[in-house]
Design a protein around this ligand. Sequence first.
Ligand SMILES: NC(=O)c1ccc[n+]([C@@H]2O[C@H](COP(=O)([O-])OP(=O)(O)OC[C@H]3O[C@@H](n4cnc5c(N)ncnc54)[C@H](OP(=O)(O)O)[C@@H]3O)[C@@H](O)[C@H]2O)c1
Length: 256
Amino acid sequence: MFHPSLFKGANVVVTGAGRGIGLEIARQFLDCGAHVLLHGGRAAAGPLPDFLENAVAEARAHVVYADFLEEGGIGALLQRVDSLFPHVDVLINNAGTMVGRFPAADLTDEQYDTVVRLNQTSVVEVTRGLLRSLRRAPHAAIVNTVSISALTGGSPGSAIYSATKAFVSTYSKGLARELAPAGIRVNCVSPGTITTDFHARYSSAEKLEATRKTIPLQRLGTAEDCAPAYLFLASNTLSGYITGQVLEVNGGQLIC
Ligand SMILES: NC(=O)c1ccc[n+]([C@@H]2O[C@H](COP(=O)([O-])OP(=O)(O)OC[C@H]3O[C@@H](n4cnc5c(N)ncnc54)[C@H](OP(=O)(O)O)[C@@H]3O)[C@@H](O)[C@H]2O)c1
Protein backbone atom coordinates (compact mmCIF):
# COMPACT_ATOMS: atom_id res chain seq x y z
CA MET A 1 0.00 0.00 0.00
CA PHE A 2 2.72 2.46 1.05
CA HIS A 3 6.11 2.49 -0.67
CA PRO A 4 8.01 -0.71 0.26
CA SER A 5 10.98 1.30 1.53
CA LEU A 6 9.01 3.99 3.42
CA PHE A 7 10.38 2.69 6.75
CA LYS A 8 13.54 1.02 5.43
CA GLY A 9 15.94 0.49 8.33
CA ALA A 10 13.61 2.08 10.89
CA ASN A 11 13.24 0.48 14.31
CA VAL A 12 9.59 0.14 15.26
CA VAL A 13 7.99 -1.10 18.50
CA VAL A 14 4.32 -2.13 18.43
CA THR A 15 2.57 -3.20 21.64
CA GLY A 16 -0.46 -5.48 21.58
CA ALA A 17 0.64 -6.88 18.22
CA GLY A 18 -0.24 -10.53 18.74
CA ARG A 19 -3.56 -10.08 16.99
CA GLY A 20 -6.13 -7.57 15.82
CA ILE A 21 -5.17 -4.01 14.98
CA GLY A 22 -1.62 -4.30 16.37
CA LEU A 23 -0.75 -7.37 14.30
CA GLU A 24 -1.90 -5.64 11.11
CA ILE A 25 0.09 -2.49 12.00
CA ALA A 26 3.19 -4.64 12.46
CA ARG A 27 2.56 -6.44 9.15
CA GLN A 28 2.31 -3.17 7.25
CA PHE A 29 5.49 -1.77 8.86
CA LEU A 30 7.32 -4.97 7.85
CA ASP A 31 5.97 -4.55 4.30
CA CYS A 32 7.57 -1.09 4.28
CA GLY A 33 11.05 -2.31 5.25
CA ALA A 34 11.04 -1.67 9.02
CA HIS A 35 12.65 -3.72 11.77
CA VAL A 36 9.77 -4.45 14.10
CA LEU A 37 9.67 -5.57 17.68
CA LEU A 38 6.18 -6.95 18.22
CA HIS A 39 4.93 -7.15 21.75
CA GLY A 40 2.64 -10.13 21.18
CA GLY A 41 0.47 -9.67 24.25
CA ARG A 42 0.53 -11.85 27.34
CA ALA A 43 1.58 -15.17 25.80
CA ALA A 44 1.75 -16.93 22.44
CA ALA A 45 -1.77 -17.99 21.47
CA GLY A 46 -0.62 -20.35 18.71
CA PRO A 47 1.83 -20.53 15.81
CA LEU A 48 2.94 -17.23 14.27
CA PRO A 49 1.31 -16.28 10.96
CA ASP A 50 3.48 -17.10 7.92
CA PHE A 51 4.48 -13.51 7.15
CA LEU A 52 5.75 -13.13 10.70
CA GLU A 53 7.49 -16.47 10.79
CA ASN A 54 9.42 -15.38 7.66
CA ALA A 55 10.27 -11.95 9.04
CA VAL A 56 11.50 -13.53 12.30
CA ALA A 57 13.69 -15.92 10.29
CA GLU A 58 15.15 -12.89 8.44
CA ALA A 59 15.70 -11.16 11.82
CA ARG A 60 13.48 -8.26 10.71
CA ALA A 61 10.82 -9.09 13.27
CA HIS A 62 11.20 -10.02 16.93
CA VAL A 63 8.37 -11.18 19.13
CA VAL A 64 8.26 -10.69 22.88
CA TYR A 65 5.47 -11.51 25.31
CA ALA A 66 4.80 -9.58 28.52
CA ASP A 67 1.75 -9.18 30.70
CA PHE A 68 1.43 -5.47 31.45
CA LEU A 69 -0.61 -6.26 34.54
CA GLU A 70 2.14 -8.37 36.10
CA GLU A 71 4.96 -6.96 38.19
CA GLY A 72 8.00 -6.59 35.91
CA GLY A 73 6.03 -7.19 32.68
CA ILE A 74 6.68 -3.77 31.18
CA GLY A 75 10.27 -3.78 32.46
CA ALA A 76 10.92 -7.02 30.57
CA LEU A 77 9.64 -5.46 27.34
CA LEU A 78 11.77 -2.34 27.82
CA GLN A 79 14.88 -4.41 28.43
CA ARG A 80 14.28 -6.38 25.25
CA VAL A 81 13.88 -3.19 23.22
CA ASP A 82 17.09 -1.76 24.67
CA SER A 83 19.07 -4.90 23.93
CA LEU A 84 17.76 -5.05 20.35
CA PHE A 85 17.63 -1.47 19.05
CA PRO A 86 20.29 1.26 19.39
CA HIS A 87 17.44 3.73 19.00
CA VAL A 88 13.67 3.58 18.44
CA ASP A 89 12.22 5.49 15.49
CA VAL A 90 8.57 4.63 16.05
CA LEU A 91 6.63 3.60 19.15
CA ILE A 92 3.05 2.39 18.74
CA ASN A 93 1.27 2.06 22.10
CA ASN A 94 -1.62 -0.18 21.15
CA ALA A 95 -1.99 -2.89 23.83
CA GLY A 96 -5.24 -2.63 25.72
CA THR A 97 -8.73 -3.93 26.09
CA MET A 98 -12.02 -3.25 27.83
CA VAL A 99 -11.37 -6.11 30.30
CA GLY A 100 -15.15 -6.39 30.88
CA ARG A 101 -18.36 -4.39 31.07
CA PHE A 102 -18.69 -3.08 34.60
CA PRO A 103 -21.89 -1.27 35.65
CA ALA A 104 -20.89 1.81 37.65
CA ALA A 105 -22.59 0.76 40.90
CA ASP A 106 -20.96 -2.68 40.95
CA LEU A 107 -17.46 -1.73 39.86
CA THR A 108 -14.88 -3.18 42.26
CA ASP A 109 -11.59 -1.51 43.16
CA GLU A 110 -9.78 -4.37 41.46
CA GLN A 111 -11.71 -3.98 38.19
CA TYR A 112 -11.08 -0.24 38.23
CA ASP A 113 -7.34 -0.70 38.89
CA THR A 114 -7.03 -3.34 36.16
CA VAL A 115 -8.67 -1.22 33.46
CA VAL A 116 -6.64 1.86 34.39
CA ARG A 117 -3.34 0.01 34.76
CA LEU A 118 -3.68 -1.75 31.39
CA ASN A 119 -5.05 1.05 29.22
CA GLN A 120 -3.59 4.13 30.84
CA THR A 121 -0.64 3.52 33.18
CA SER A 122 1.06 1.09 30.79
CA VAL A 123 1.12 3.74 28.05
CA VAL A 124 2.83 6.19 30.39
CA GLU A 125 5.33 3.58 31.57
CA VAL A 126 6.26 2.24 28.12
CA THR A 127 6.60 5.78 26.77
CA ARG A 128 8.72 6.94 29.71
CA GLY A 129 10.90 3.86 29.40
CA LEU A 130 11.60 4.38 25.70
CA LEU A 131 12.02 8.15 25.58
CA ARG A 132 15.79 8.07 25.78
CA SER A 133 15.83 5.68 22.82
CA LEU A 134 13.34 7.78 20.87
CA ARG A 135 15.44 10.91 21.44
CA ARG A 136 18.38 9.20 19.72
CA ALA A 137 16.37 8.80 16.48
CA PRO A 138 16.51 11.61 13.91
CA HIS A 139 12.71 11.97 13.49
CA ALA A 140 10.97 9.85 16.08
CA ALA A 141 7.22 9.40 16.28
CA ILE A 142 4.83 8.01 18.89
CA VAL A 143 1.35 6.89 17.83
CA ASN A 144 -1.08 5.88 20.57
CA THR A 145 -4.29 3.90 20.10
CA VAL A 146 -7.26 5.60 21.71
CA SER A 147 -10.94 5.04 20.87
CA ILE A 148 -14.07 6.70 19.57
CA SER A 149 -15.33 6.13 23.13
CA ALA A 150 -12.82 8.71 24.41
CA LEU A 151 -15.16 11.30 22.85
CA THR A 152 -18.56 9.59 23.24
CA GLY A 153 -18.07 7.94 26.67
CA GLY A 154 -18.70 4.50 25.14
CA SER A 155 -21.61 2.14 25.73
CA PRO A 156 -22.93 0.96 29.13
CA GLY A 157 -20.33 -0.67 31.35
CA SER A 158 -17.36 0.85 29.55
CA ALA A 159 -17.12 4.25 31.27
CA ILE A 160 -13.75 3.62 32.93
CA TYR A 161 -12.25 2.09 29.77
CA SER A 162 -13.50 5.08 27.76
CA ALA A 163 -12.05 7.48 30.31
CA THR A 164 -8.64 5.80 30.10
CA LYS A 165 -8.68 6.35 26.34
CA ALA A 166 -9.53 10.03 26.93
CA PHE A 167 -6.57 10.17 29.32
CA VAL A 168 -4.24 8.79 26.64
CA SER A 169 -5.60 11.27 24.12
CA THR A 170 -4.93 14.23 26.42
CA TYR A 171 -1.60 12.82 27.60
CA SER A 172 -0.53 12.54 23.95
CA LYS A 173 -1.39 16.18 23.28
CA GLY A 174 0.64 17.32 26.29
CA LEU A 175 3.51 15.10 25.26
CA ALA A 176 3.40 16.43 21.70
CA ARG A 177 4.12 19.94 22.93
CA GLU A 178 6.73 18.81 25.42
CA LEU A 179 8.64 16.60 22.98
CA ALA A 180 8.43 18.81 19.88
CA PRO A 181 11.76 20.55 20.66
CA ALA A 182 13.39 17.09 20.65
CA GLY A 183 11.90 16.45 17.19
CA ILE A 184 9.53 13.76 18.47
CA ARG A 185 5.96 13.89 17.13
CA VAL A 186 3.09 12.38 19.13
CA ASN A 187 -0.32 11.57 17.65
CA CYS A 188 -3.20 9.15 18.20
CA VAL A 189 -5.35 6.89 16.07
CA SER A 190 -8.91 6.54 17.34
CA PRO A 191 -10.65 3.44 15.97
CA GLY A 192 -14.46 3.24 15.79
CA THR A 193 -16.07 -0.21 15.89
CA ILE A 194 -13.48 -2.59 14.47
CA THR A 195 -14.12 -6.31 13.98
CA THR A 196 -11.36 -7.91 16.02
CA ASP A 197 -11.48 -10.34 18.95
CA PHE A 198 -12.18 -7.25 21.06
CA HIS A 199 -15.84 -7.02 20.04
CA ALA A 200 -16.20 -10.77 19.77
CA ARG A 201 -15.61 -10.62 23.54
CA TYR A 202 -17.56 -7.55 24.60
CA SER A 203 -20.41 -6.99 22.11
CA SER A 204 -23.23 -9.23 20.90
CA ALA A 205 -23.89 -9.80 17.19
CA GLU A 206 -27.16 -7.84 17.58
CA LYS A 207 -25.37 -4.87 19.15
CA LEU A 208 -22.77 -4.87 16.36
CA GLU A 209 -25.46 -5.01 13.67
CA ALA A 210 -27.33 -2.14 15.30
CA THR A 211 -24.09 -0.15 15.37
CA ARG A 212 -23.35 -0.97 11.75
CA LYS A 213 -26.64 0.58 10.66
CA THR A 214 -25.69 3.89 12.31
CA ILE A 215 -22.38 4.15 10.46
CA PRO A 216 -22.55 6.40 7.39
CA LEU A 217 -20.27 4.05 5.40
CA GLN A 218 -22.65 1.22 6.42
CA ARG A 219 -20.03 -1.25 7.59
CA LEU A 220 -17.93 -2.04 10.63
CA GLY A 221 -14.20 -1.33 10.38
CA THR A 222 -11.32 -3.76 10.05
CA ALA A 223 -7.73 -3.83 11.26
CA GLU A 224 -6.73 -3.21 7.61
CA ASP A 225 -8.79 0.01 7.68
CA CYS A 226 -6.89 1.20 10.77
CA ALA A 227 -3.24 0.29 10.15
CA PRO A 228 -2.48 2.82 7.35
CA ALA A 229 -3.42 5.68 9.70
CA TYR A 230 -0.63 4.57 12.05
CA LEU A 231 1.95 4.34 9.25
CA PHE A 232 0.91 7.77 7.97
CA LEU A 233 1.31 9.37 11.41
CA ALA A 234 4.61 7.54 12.02
CA SER A 235 6.21 8.70 8.77
CA ASN A 236 8.15 11.96 8.88
CA THR A 237 7.87 12.09 5.08
CA LEU A 238 4.08 11.83 5.08
CA SER A 239 3.12 13.70 8.26
CA GLY A 240 6.21 15.60 9.43
CA TYR A 241 4.16 18.73 10.23
CA ILE A 242 1.45 16.89 12.19
CA THR A 243 1.72 16.50 15.96
CA GLY A 244 -0.71 16.46 18.89
CA GLN A 245 -3.60 15.23 16.73
CA VAL A 246 -6.14 12.41 16.93
CA LEU A 247 -7.07 10.71 13.67
CA GLU A 248 -10.57 9.20 13.87
CA VAL A 249 -10.99 5.99 11.81
CA ASN A 250 -14.67 5.14 12.10
CA GLY A 251 -16.53 5.21 8.77
CA GLY A 252 -18.20 8.46 9.81
CA GLN A 253 -19.66 6.94 13.01
CA LEU A 254 -18.70 10.16 14.76
CA ILE A 255 -18.51 13.37 12.79
CA CYS A 256 -17.98 16.51 14.83
N1 LIG B 1 -11.70 -3.25 18.19
C1 LIG B 1 -12.25 -2.07 18.39
O1 LIG B 1 -13.40 -1.81 17.99
C2 LIG B 1 -11.47 -0.98 19.08
C3 LIG B 1 -12.04 0.31 19.09
C4 LIG B 1 -11.35 1.34 19.70
C5 LIG B 1 -10.12 1.10 20.29
N2 LIG B 1 -9.60 -0.16 20.28
C6 LIG B 1 -8.29 -0.34 20.89
O2 LIG B 1 -7.42 -0.87 19.91
C7 LIG B 1 -6.37 -1.60 20.56
C8 LIG B 1 -6.24 -2.95 19.91
O3 LIG B 1 -7.47 -3.64 20.10
P1 LIG B 1 -7.95 -4.83 19.14
O4 LIG B 1 -9.31 -4.51 18.69
O5 LIG B 1 -6.89 -5.17 18.16
O6 LIG B 1 -8.12 -5.95 20.27
P2 LIG B 1 -7.43 -7.36 20.50
O7 LIG B 1 -7.49 -8.16 19.24
O8 LIG B 1 -8.09 -7.88 21.72
O9 LIG B 1 -5.89 -7.00 20.81
C9 LIG B 1 -5.52 -6.41 22.02
C10 LIG B 1 -4.03 -6.58 22.23
O10 LIG B 1 -3.70 -6.05 23.54
C11 LIG B 1 -3.05 -7.09 24.27
N3 LIG B 1 -3.30 -7.13 25.71
C12 LIG B 1 -4.50 -7.33 26.33
N4 LIG B 1 -4.31 -7.45 27.67
C13 LIG B 1 -2.97 -7.35 27.87
C14 LIG B 1 -2.15 -7.42 29.04
N5 LIG B 1 -2.64 -7.63 30.27
N6 LIG B 1 -0.81 -7.27 28.90
C15 LIG B 1 -0.26 -7.07 27.69
N7 LIG B 1 -0.99 -7.02 26.55
C16 LIG B 1 -2.33 -7.15 26.64
C17 LIG B 1 -3.61 -8.37 23.69
O11 LIG B 1 -2.80 -9.47 24.03
P3 LIG B 1 -3.48 -10.91 24.43
O12 LIG B 1 -3.45 -11.69 23.16
O13 LIG B 1 -2.57 -11.43 25.51
O14 LIG B 1 -4.87 -10.65 24.91
C18 LIG B 1 -3.62 -8.04 22.21
O15 LIG B 1 -2.34 -8.20 21.65
C19 LIG B 1 -6.72 -1.62 22.05
O16 LIG B 1 -6.01 -0.61 22.71
C20 LIG B 1 -8.21 -1.31 22.05
O17 LIG B 1 -8.61 -0.72 23.27
C21 LIG B 1 -10.24 -1.20 19.68
